[in-house]
Design a binder for this molecule. Structure first.
Ligand code: 3PY
Ligand code: MG
Length: 322
């Protein structure tokens, strides 16, 4: 008994000191080690040391996360990885942090429907980066360069463009997302946040060309009919099926269970896979995720911050028996 307690005390002491002493593998030198005997004594009994090793390549936590530290989503998807994602509608950095800590493979900050303005979206991006290496995409309506460019310059890892219906719209999206010669994205890499305010100006243009993910959402009958021509546009990486909006063209609007919609989704999936582009989509039921990945999906969204909050808060309400 007393032996157990002593072990616990030693472990507690180690944890407390670990919280006090800067980890030599961290690079937050603003957190100076307090001096004095108690700390030296605790260091002695716990064996924890505070001197930096000088091996800064091992610096990890507490260092601002660089965009280059985020594993590149586009290249991972193109090499066959499967990723689960979630939408962020609440425009709240704290919620974005919670969702990022949950471990989604990608988060999509919505600017099609949500109240997030550009600086709100940037706050969400920063919050996610502070706790996670998850890539962060932004969803916009259509392909207008005025909405796409500031998001990319702010450092988003890619763009999801809602409701594309033609090759012309797909070309406009590529023009807004890519630098010349493929596109017409304006040159702000000398000072943009995405290029670390110009510190990465020499490498950013190449990196953007390799890493920015360009996603065209297919959400209408017209869009389904144009899948082959949208997919043929150089620079489009993924076609992503949005079942809710798609229901406007198949079956009763908003009915996610109709046979017409299911048939249209199956048809769209086949055409996208046949085009050689990546297939993405929103799961009507999160339980379908494994089958969807098996059918060839690379990226599936299965949740949103709002949806989870509604679901969780409803379930938490105690209904007293009458
Ligand atoms: C839709 O289903 O319409 C969507 O936008 C899904 O994300
Ligand atoms: Mg939609």
């Amino acid at each position: 008994m007393s032996c157990t307690l002593r072990m616990e005390h030693i472990l507690l002491a180690r944890w407390s000191v670990a919280a006090l002493i800067p980890d030599p593998n961290e690079c937050d030198f603003s957190r100076k080690m307090p001096s004095g005997r108690p700390l030296a004594y605790l260091q002695k009994i716990t064996g924890l040391r505070s001197e930096p090793t000088g091996d800064f390549s091992r610096c990890r936590s507490h260092r601002p996360r660089r965009e280059t530290d985020v594993p590149n989503l586009r290249e991972r998807l193109l090499s066959g990885q499967k990723v689960q994602g979630a939408f962020l509608f609440l425009a709240c950095p704290d919620v974005a942090e919670i969702m990022a800590l949950a471990g989604y493979g990608v988060l999509i900050v919505d600017r099609e429907h949500a109240a997030a303005d550009l600086s709100g979206a940037l706050h969400e991006l920063r919050a996610i980066r502070s706790v996670s290496a998850a890539p962060v995409l932004a969803r916009v309506h259509g392909a207008a360069s005025s909405s796409v460019k500031p998001l990319l310059d702010a450092g988003f890892d890619g763009i999801v463009a809602a409701d594309l219906r033609s090759a012309a719209e797909a070309r406009a999206l590529v023009e807004a997302t890519h630098y010349p010669p493929l596109g017409r994205r304006g040159a702000q890499f000398t000072v943009s946040r995405a290029a670390r305010y110009g510190y990465d100006r020499a490498s950013y243009v190449d990196r953007a060309g390799r890493e920015i993910l360009v996603v065209a959402m297919i959400e209408s009958r017209e869009g389904v009919e144009a899948i082959a021509e949208i997919a043929a546009v150089d620079g489009i990486d993924m076609l992503f099926i949005g079942p809710l909006d798609l229901s406007s063209g198949y079956g009763r609007y908003g009915d996610l269970g109709s046979a017409e919609l299911k048939e249209a989704i199956a048809f769209a999936e086949q055409r996208i896979l046949a085009s050689g582009r990546l297939l993405g989509g929103a799961a009507i039921d999160p339980a379908n995720l494994p089958q969807m990945f098996d059918r060839g999906y690379s990226l599936i969204t299965s949740a949103s911050d709002t949806g989870l909050l509604v679901q969780g808060s409803k379930a938490a309400v105690y209904h007293a028996p009458h």
